[in-house]
Design a protein around this ligand. Structure first.
Ligand code: 5RP
Length: 262
């Protein structure tokens, strides 16, 4: 691996082989998502506990202090919205030149396997990988499901993750599911798990993060279940303990309970 690529990968995946990415890119298709109306304020107390931020260029430039931040995974796909015809019809929104100017550690793009736009999104990924490899910038592929949350089973996620890796993604972001080892073992590059919509309890999040880590994930790219939590710092500290300190779900809950009153 070239030095630049290796250095960027090391910014993302820590020396223990694990990673906690904090995504705040949701506005690129859902507008001012709850608790993300002012992204700069939302992330300020969370940044010390994140390994990287997943973010669009607009929010990065407008709300993140360039002198006090973490490695950036730049969201470079989009062009659709929740009120539009089809979330899967994304294109590439940001050039590699802009990614380099913003000094990013990686770029991220969604792929929509099994949709009318499967081929377009997979070819967009391939083109992005060609450009990223030219400049030493890793590509994180996001196995997106749009509004079809029920798609999140091992068979589908293993298929989508493997295809993304085959096309050259250096990291794959997918969802946790039952039998997660089928996803992780079938994917030859590191896999991180998204959180999805807010769960009823913190414990559910700690349980799936712990389970996914045991079954081969290297970490998370987890947003709403951190920053929509009533105690976001407590939530990120507890999740960080599972990822980087091997905490059990019970220990994570103890950390959360102790931290939430601070
Ligand atoms: C939005 C994304 C998010 O980065 C991803 O879904 C993770 O966020 P959450 O944990 O809130 O699901 O790709 O398009």
């Amino acid at each position: 691996m070239e030095w630049g690529m290796a250095n960027r990968m090391a910014q993302l995946i820590q020396s223990d082989g694990h990673a906690l990415f904090l995504p705040i890119d949701h506005g690129y298709f859902q507008g001012p998502t709850r608790k993300l109306e002012q992204p700069g304020k939302t992330i300020e107390p969370l940044l010390p506990y994140a390994d990287a931020l997943f973010i669009t260029r607009g929010v990065l430039r407008a709300t993140v202090d360039p002198t006090k931040t973490k490695p950036v995974i730049l969201r470079v796909s989009g062009g659709t919205s929740v009120v539009g015809k089809d979330l899967a019809n994304e294109g590439i929104t940001t050039s590699m030149e802009e990614a380099i100017r913003l000094n990013v550690a990686a770029v991220g793009i969604s792929v929509f396997v099994g949709t009318d736009y499967e081929k377009d999104s997979l070819l967009n990924l391939s083109k992005l990988v060609d450009e990223g490899e030219r400049y030493g910038i890793p590509v994180m592929a996001v196995t997106a499901v749009g509004k079809e949350l029920e798609k999140r089973d091992a068979r589908y996620l293993a298929l989508a993750s493997r295809i993304a890796a085959e096309l050259g993604a250096r990291v794959v972001k997918t969802y946790w599911c039952e039998d997660f080892e089928k996803v992780a073992m079938g994917c030859p590059v590191p896999v991180v798990m998204a959180g999805g919509p807010r769960t009823e309890t913190e414990l559910e999040v700690f349980e799936f993060v712990h389970d996914g880590m045991q079954r081969g994930a290297i970490g998370v790219n987890l947003g709403r279940n951190i920053w929509q939590n009533e105690h976001p710092v407590a939530a990120i500290k507890a999740i960080r303990a599972i990822i980087h300190e091997g905490a059990t779900t019970e220990q994570a809950q103890e950390i959360y309970d102790a931290e939430k009153n601070n």
